[in-house]
Design a binder for this molecule. Structure first.
Ligand code: SF4
Length: 289
């Protein structure tokens, strides 16, 4: 019922509000009204409380409601070079399969544009015995009212805070209101689930905020860290330095290189002054040009 008003006839499921009939046409997310997945597996590269010892049961959805010119998953999100159309029942079975393999959680990667269908799968999977937490791994370009509705479906939020400057989001991701939308969505996630909670070192519920550091945009990172400490000081952050130019980033003089060691040190120094908690990816000199 809740999703009907956002998807029936004209799609307004996410903040892009394409207003198109997704039964007939693909929206800006490049998808229609059927589930499309690129892959699913146990993933060991997430933050320690998410991957744990057994892995995170990760499901990669095709398409995306952003159009990031540097997307490191661009074959899946932007080009949709390989994907499979599946039913809600099949997605529920995949969730059960991942749980049987020992996954600590179901990790929905880029789910925003399919969430109305994914909720049906979660209901079906729960009827079949799904008990592990469900994680929503998102760019945070989500409607706050959708996040509030998801309270009964989602346990863990792995939420990006990509930009604090809407001019940068326009240039790099094709949207001119990212900061306004994403911060409202993140506050809604925190309101419904609180900050990340663990049991025996494994996440059970709550919010973790992720930020990928981009070259030449160190002030953007500092502002993102500052926003978190000012607004959600109890929430752990995951700071990532693995950026490499991909997709169309080679043509952009701001982001056509990796983050360098001086930038890394400047951010660590700034972060230490803020007393934030969380996970900082170690700098690997192979990341550096
Ligand atoms: S989910 Fe896709 S079609 Fe619907 S509003 Fe968002 S981008 Fe447009």
């Amino acid at each position: 019922m809740f999703f009907e008003k956002l998807t029936k006839l004209y799609c307004k499921l996410c903040p892009r509000e394409c207003n198109i009939d997704r039964n007939r046409y693909a929206g800006l997310c490049k998808t229609k009204n059927t589930l499309e997945i690129a892959s699913y597996n146990l993933h060991f590269g997430e933050e320690p409380p998410i991957s744990g010892k057994n892995g995170s049961g990760t499901i990669f959805f095709a398409g995306c409601n952003l159009s990031c010119i540097y997307c490191q998953n661009f074959p899946i999100s932007q080009l949709k070079s390989a994907f499979k159309v599946i039913s809600e029942e099949e997605l529920a079975d995949i969730m059960i399969q991942l749980q049987s393999k020992g996954a600590h959680n179901i990790n929905l990667v880029t789910p925003s544009h399919f969430i109305h269908l994914i909720c049906k799968s979660i209901d079906l999977a729960k009827e079949k015995g799904l008990t592990i937490p469900i994680a929503y791994n998102t760019s945070s370009y989500d409607k706050p009212e959708v996040i509030e509705y998801l309270s009964n479906y989602i346990d863990i939020y792995m939420a990006d805070l990509k930009y604090t400057d809407n001019n940068i989001s326009k240039k790099l991701s094709g949207i001119d209101d990212y900061f306004d939308i994403a911060t409202k969505a993140i506050l809604a996630m925190h309101k419904t689930k609180g900050s990340l909670k663990t049991q025996n070192g494994i996440a059970t519920k709550g919010l973790i905020i992720r930020h990928l550091v981009l070259p030449n945009l160190i002030d953007n990172t500092k502002q993102a860290l500052k926003w978190i400490v000012d607004n959600l000081p109890d929430t752990p952050i995951s700071l990532m330095f693995q950026y490499f130019p991909a997709y169309k980033a080679f043509n952009d003089s701001t982001i056509n290189r990796k983050v360098n060691y001086e930038e890394y040190l400047e951010i660590i120094d700034f972060m230490n002054g803020l007393n934030l908690k969380g996970f900082i990816q170690e700098f690997n000199h192979e990341y550096c040009n």
